[in-house]
Every structure is written in C-alpha cells, then in structure tokens.
Design a protein around this ligand. Sequence first.
Ligand code: SF4
Length: 199
Amino acid sequence: MTDEKNPFRTLAEPPRPPSLEPAKSEEDAIREELERGILFTSVEKVVNWARANAIWPLGFGLACCAIEMMAIVGPRFDISRFGAEVFRASPRQADLMIVAGRVSIKMAPVLRLLYDQMPDPKWVISMGACASCGGVFNNYAILQGVDKIVPVDVYVPGCPPRPEALIHGIMKLQEKILASRVELGPVPPKKKKSRKAVA
Ligand code: SF4
C-alpha cells in the first residue's frame, strides 16, 4: 500500500478484520500440525540414503598422501559436510578404506588383513599414483597397484592428490553406492509348522 502523493512511501497495512471462517475442529488442527512437522518415507529409502551419506573411513595412512587425507577432516575442507568424517581406529567399525600412499610388499598382507576385518558392505579408494600403480617406485619393494590385493572402487590421481580431489573421489563413491540400491522386499509370511501324524 503506497501514498498517492508519494508512491515511494509505503504506508502501514490497516488492521485485518477478524476471520469469518468457522473455527477448525480439534482433529483438523492436530492433522495440520502433524503434516507440518512429519516426513513420510520408506525404510528402503532411508537405508539407501544412509549407506551413501554416513561413510566411516578407516584411519590409517601409508606415506605422504596420508597428510593430504588428514587435511580433509580439518575446518578448511570439512568432510563432515558429506557425512564421512568419522575416521575409525578399528577396521570392525569402518566401511571405507582409503589407501593413501605407497604399499610395500611387506605391508601388503597387513593391508589385506585390515580389509578382511571390515564388515560388508565395504569400499576402497586408491589415493595417489603410488597406491594406484606404484608411482615412481617401479621396484621390487613396492606393490605396483593396490588392486592386486583388494578390489578398488575409485581411483584418485595425483602425487599427492589435493584434499579437494579426495573429496571428489568420495562424492563419486557416494554416487556409486546410491546406484547399487538395497531393495528390501516384503517380509515373507511365516511358514506354518505341519503336524506329523502320530502312528
Ligand atoms: S603419490 Fe606422491 S605423495 Fe602420494 S605417496 Fe606417492 S610419492 Fe607420496
């Protein structure tokens, strides 16, 4: 509402007349309140969303790439924005292994043991040139690619990759997890126990 003499001046709104609508019943008022604060979804959708958005990485690093990996949990990069900041000290509680750095032949069986101790479903990110293909260390002491001992889901290139590159790799992994949806079918009916005829 504006003043006719000065169209740029806004006048205060006049008080509204009392509503002439009939008062809502208590049941309608409760239903309206519930619809405003409750989301309806399915268990399947929540499970699939949670698998991709609550990744728990295993907290271990092998070489210089691990320094860049550590940076992703700091305030500058803040991987908690993607739900993946809970680095676990035990493989039993982790579902993502980030292989950050070169893997020596001596370390390979230890890495495989840690992978085996992680519960399913689990994923692996190969971070950096050394983890992916041995990098500049083309010699007998370094494993020429961690995919020789564990299945790799995402490769992050670089020497070392920047923390942003690792975050990009985690986002790609989230896309992959979302694409492999868990389907929870209907609960099968319980079988009735058949009574054996007594001879
Ligand atoms: S890729 Fe580069 S930064 Fe990473 S472990 Fe190898 S030498 Fe170090």
